[in-house]
Ligand binder design. Structure first.
Ligand SMILES: [Mn+2]
Length: 563
């Protein structure tokens, strides 16, 4: 791993912030690195408030969206809430449909089938709407590129409202309203909402017309926080407040479906990391292994006993998903070896039989072995479909755009995208993608980077520091858990490998005479030689609390060590 120390802020700025906040160098530095320079900014950071949320009507087309929905409610129209099958999509649909049902009965939901219909708005979905006399479709977490489909719906007399956060193409669909803060001409002050976040802005706008405030919509924030975690959007600005209050809902008063998912988790307080690793994979498993409708049913169920039954099914889908992605990852790794493709700038693998629901997860797993932009293809009807994942700092969406001659359709973000192409174009695409990445990637991006906020001494670690660091949460992109580096650490002599296959490393570290602290290094068992014989080494870590037998002690969670 490549350790990079973040630049230190100007000394004068550190001094000023220390004085304004009455904090020490470490805290002032960490805050400045996160762009927090004043007392006011620090107050917003440490005390998230509903006042941090922007007026929803600053978003382009919000007034049109609200007017059209109010009209539908007044005239008793049938409204179809349509969303993607992943966590962001299904939470968005759960949020929008349950809010609308407080206003009107004639609301239904539609999640496309991942295999039969694929990503985004489908003709089948529009035909369903037409056959069942829906006159308004609200699309969430998809739709920004659905120009033909929105036109098709219009011919059939069906209006569209689009709530999306994916990057727009050159043209936008001819919908009644297109809410997507990533449009260049949308002046909304925060561009990094997830799809569910855009949906939340829409229900906030609708509620405000009824004299309600955001505080009246708190019950929906467990969904928004889950989508923020799952969609890996930056947890800064408005997302920080939404995630903060959403976690409070998850931890105190989650909706029955959410409560059913976390019933078995033995933890006092769930964090965004828990949302990402416990809640999100289960919700996602429905769309991957069965159908996204099951996730919506779970998240909108008001009866806990029924929700608990749904949760059992969802848990089974998740177990199936785990087995499937493990097997396919092994097959993909074998394919890379067999074809002698360990070198090069990209990983591109294909097998017609691979399960389409897990190819994105497999792409992420392959990056753990071969750290480079990765595409995993499978067959989808008479085309090939792929999930793309990238390495930190490299924009895979742009790379795909440069290969668009060989591609039928593509869409997504900087680090994750999807595409389809014709089987006869696969080889040409594969070599083009390799050459595009080779020409455009900065070679240093091909070694994983470990970003370090600050170098400190072990003697500077204490309960007071930990108390303040905890208030930096919720953590996520844009506000990662503070990561420190200390040089010249030694093991006190009892360091050992622990866990299955001696995978992990555990020892007590000391730097000077009295500063002893327990260290745990997950996956670092193979580095035991570095700490033997009390040789000095350097470590990168986060500071963590260890709860044991009612006692709380500090420990270092190691990310890497070097001689
Ligand atoms: Mn999304």
């Amino acid at each position: 791993m490549r350790w990079t120390l973040k630049p230190k802020p100007q000394v004068s700025k550190v001094k000023a912030l220390k004085k304004a906040l009455q904090v020490d160098d470490i805290i002032a530095t960490l805050l400045l690195q996160r762009g927090i320079e004043t007392y006011e900014a620090a107050k917003t950071f440490f005390r998230p408030s509903f006042e941090d949320l922007h007026d929803p009507f600053l978003m382009k087309d919000m007034d049109k969206a609200v007017a059209r929905i109010e009209q539908a409610i007044q005239q008793g129209e049938n409204i179809l809430v349509y969303g993607d099958y992943d966590v962001d999509g299904t939470t968005s649909v759960a949020l929008m449909s349950s809010y609308l049902k407080t206003r009107i009965d004639t609301v239904a939901t539609y999640i496309p089938d991942r295999y039969d219909e694929g990503y985004g708005i489908s003709y089948k979905g529009i035909d369903f709407a037409h056959d069942n006399e829906f006159s308004l479709i609200i699309a969430l977490d998809c739709g920004i590129k659905a120009i033909d489909k929105v036109a098709y719906a219009k011919e059939k007399g069906i209006d569209f409202i689009i709530c999306d956060h994916h990057r727009p193409g050159d043209h936008i669909p001819d919908a009644v309203a297109v809410l997507d803060p990533k449009q260049d001409d949308c002046k909304y002050p925060f561009k990094e909402l997830c799809g569910c976040g855009v949906g939340f802005k829409l229900i906030s706008a609708l509620a405000s017309k009824k004299g309600q405030t955001v505080e009246d919509l708190i019950e929906y924030l467990d969904l928004v926080a889950t989508a923020i975690g799952a969609d890996i959007v930056p947890i800064v600005g408005e997302n920080r407040a939404l995630a903060y209050f959403g976690l409070q809902v998850i931890n105190t008063k989650p909706r029955p479906g959410m409560k059913a998912i976390i019933a078995e988790v033995k933890k006092d307080e769930l964090t965004i990391t828990d949302v990402v690793f416990i809640i999100a994979p289960r919700i996602n498993a429905a769309g991957r292994m069965k159908h996204g409708n099951h996730a919506v049913s779970l998240l909108t169920e008001t009866d806990f006993n029924l929700a608990a039954e749904y949760a059992v099914d969802i848990d089974q889908y998740n177990t199936d998903r785990k087995e499937t992605d493990k097997r396919i990852t092994e097959e993909a790794l074998n394919q890379i070896e067999k074809n002698n493709e360990q070198e090069g700038f990209t990983t591109v693998v294909y097998n017609p039989d691979w399960h389409k629901g897990v190819i994105g997860i497999v792409a992420s797993r392959l990056i753990e072995t071969y750290y480079r932009p990765t595409l995993v293809f499978t067959r989808s009807g008479d085309k090939l479909a792929a999930s793309a994942r990238s390495v930190s700092g490299f924009d895979v969406y742009n790379a795909l755009e440069a290969c668009s001659d060989h591609i039928e359709q593509f869409g997504g973000h900087k680090y994750a995208a999807g595409l389809t192409l014709l089987p006869e174009n696969y080889e040409a695409f594969k070599s083009k993608f390799e050459s595009v990445v080779k020409e455009t990637i900065d070679p240093k991006l091909l070694t994983p980077e470990l970003k370090v906020d600050l170098e400190i001494e072990l003697s500077e670690i204490n309960d007071k520091l930990m108390r303040i660091l905890k208030q930096f949460a919720p953590f996520g992109p844009g506000n990662m858990s503070p990561t420190f580096m200390t040089q010249g650490i030694k093991d006190t002599g009892w360091g050992k490998c622990v866990g299955e296959d001696d995978k992990h490393l555990r020892f007590t570290a000391t730097q000077a005479f009295n500063d002893k602290i327990v260290c745990i290094g997950f996956g670092l068992g193979n580095k035991i030689n570095l700490i033997k014989d009390k040789r000095p080494f350097n470590a990168v870590y986060t500071i963590d609390e260890n709860h044991w037998n009612g006692n709380i002690s500090l420990q270092l969670k190691l990310k890497d060590i070097k001689a």
